[in-house]
Each structure stands twice: as structure tokens, then as C-alpha cells.
Ligand binder design. Sequence first.
Ligand SMILES: Cc1cc2nc3c(=O)[nH]c(=O)nc-3n(C[C@H](O)[C@H](O)[C@H](O)COP(=O)(O)OP(=O)(O)OC[C@H]3O[C@@H](n4cnc5c(N)ncnc54)[C@H](O)[C@@H]3O)c2cc1C
Length: 326
Amino acid sequence: MANAFWCVVEDDRKGAPKKVMAEVIGEAARLSGGEVEAVWLTDKATDEGVKQLGEWGARKVWLLENAAFAPYRAEVWAPAIAELAKAQSPRAILAPVTSRQRELMARLAARLDVGLAADCMGLAMEGDRLIATRPVYAGKLLAKMAWAKTPWLATLRPNVFKPADAVPGRAAAVERPTASLPAAALKLVERREEVSTGLPELTEAEIVLSGGRGMKGPENYVILEELGGVIGAAVGASRAAVDAGWRPHRFQIGQTGRTISPKLYMGFGVSGAIQHLAGMRTSKVIVAINKDPEAPIFKIADYGIVADLFEVVPALTQEFKRLLEK
Ligand SMILES: Cc1cc2nc3c(=O)[nH]c(=O)nc-3n(C[C@H](O)[C@H](O)[C@H](O)COP(=O)(O)OP(=O)(O)OC[C@H]3O[C@@H](n4cnc5c(N)ncnc54)[C@H](O)[C@@H]3O)c2cc1C
């Protein structure tokens, strides 16, 4: 439908949309007055997944289900969505900020010859126009922008937009269009291994514990993981820690890593360099633990503890355990 706001589904690769989609669909519904359609490219959709999208508020699910969509490859996904968008003329196409959607949406914008507002922190209809608010200069300023033509393409920062309330029994119509699938010129992924820390995913977590160079070595992250296990937090890292090989790059928070916006961010032995702040300064509550009272992170922290993290972390773990066991 020409007035529809499309939401490109980010799934867990097991057939279920990620919970960040509730935020994207909720925002799309608010902006469009309910004209929301989901576009789901997958090799295995599940009935449960489709049901979930409907309950969040998608009126229709464009289901492009094909073995060629896994693993994700931009050169297969982008033309398939572009072809469908050209045929259906949605008014907007929204997606969450994730590694693959960042790439996919940029390619889609190029194919559709329209603008992309990346990493939006606010969206609003002003009359007939959509206005996006997004950070610039590593988050030092917020810029407002509008598009010259439709579809309006935007990626939405997780944990910023209000998630849709699921309405049990609300169902989406399902359309299964056929997509022409170009042979992928590149095959970059030979083997995929799922590695689970047992903790929530960094970009989706409501609480994030970030360990910097002050952690002193990879072996010490176990104390953050233990605390994370008690309070249901994800564990991330600064680039200094990642560059030192202590944590894989997927855990890096910052300008050249992940952008997070949790309800609570706790930095342990993180100095607060501008490039780190770029990835976490929109966290709702920021707590810094650093033994240097002059560390720049204290300038943006809501709460600060000037102390040795190796004393603070076990004490927090013990105290949270005690409180939660009550
Ligand atoms: C182009 C570019 C992109 C970049 N992208 C990123 C990015 O995406 N993410 C990112 O994080 N950085 C990024 N950086 C690097 C950034 O500039 C900093 O170098 C990095 O963030 C520093 O990491 P850190 O805070 O862990 O280390 P440091 O700056 O070395 O700080 C370590 C802190 O730990 C404290 N400390 C030490 N021991 C303890 C203890 N026992 N208890 C408590 N506190 C302790 C120290 O007082 C210090 O403040 C980028 C840099 C460039 C140039």
C-alpha cells in the first residue's frame, strides 16, 4: 500500500523476530496511524514469528522465504527488497540499527535513489513530512533532517522508541511475493558458529556492563559476566580492550563498534573517550567506576564511584544477589 510504513524484520535466525522489532513496529504505527507492514526475508519463517509481528501491529507481512536469504548477504537481500518496494511504493522503510541493517538500508537507499537517516533517535510527522532526529559529530549534536522524496528510509536506535504493546489475537495478512534472486557474486560466510555467553545481547539489553582497559586482562571479564548473570546484563567492552584481544569486536561499544542505549550503563575501568561515548551516551542512567577521579566519563555519569573496580564488582555482585534472593 502506498501509504504503508514498512518495517524490515531483524530476526534471531531461528525464525523469530527480535524484540527490537516491537520498537520499530510501535514507532511505525504511531507515525502512520497503523499502516504498518513487515518485510521479512528469511530461510525459515515460523508461524509463531508471523503471529508475533501481527500482535505487535503489522497489518501485513511480506514474507520472502527462500534458502538463498541465509546467511544474510547484502547483494541478495537489497535487490529483493528494492524490487518489492518499487512495485508497492511504501511511504517509509524503517529498520533497527543492527550490523546487517546498517549495511542493508544503505544499499537499499542507493538502489531506490533516496536518502537514509541512520541511527535515528527521534521521528515525527510534521504535516505531511517525516522529520528525523539523529546524532552527528559522534553524538555531540543532534541534527534534524527531512527527505526530498519517498520512501523515507531510516534506521532506529534500539531502546529509544517505545515498543508496541502486543495485542493477543491481532493477526497480520501474509503475502508471499516471488523475488528474483541474483546469484551472489561473493560468498563471504563459509561457516557460522553460534556463540552464546548466556547473557542478553549487547544492543538489546536493558543493562550493559562495559569493561575497559582497567579490567587488566581477558581473564578478569569473568567477574563482569558473573555480575551480568545476577542482574541480567550484557557485557561489552571499550576499543582498548578489544584491540588488546581481550574481547571479540562484536562486544565493542562506541563509534567503531556497537551503539547501545540501555536503561542502565555501567562502565568499569573505562576512561570515557569521545569515541566510546558516541556509542553509549544516550543510555538512560550512566554509572562510572574508575579509580581516577579526573576520568572524563565522570562528566557524563549520573552516578560515579571513585574506586578500584576489583573491589567494587564483587561487592555489587554480592549485594545484588542478596537483594534479589529476598
Ligand atoms: C577513529 C577512532 C575510533 C575509535 N572507536 C572507538 C570505539 O568504538 N569504542 C571505544 O571504546 N574506543 C574507540 N576508540 C578509542 C578511544 O579513543 C580510547 O582509546 C578508548 O576508548 C580507551 O579505552 P578505555 O577507556 O578502556 O582505556 P583507557 O583510556 O586506557 O582508560 C582506562 C581507565 O581505566 C581506569 N582504571 C585502571 N585500573 C582501574 C581499576 N583497577 N579500577 C577502576 N578503574 C581503573 C583508568 O583510570 C582509566 O581511566 C577510537 C579511537 C579512534 C581514533
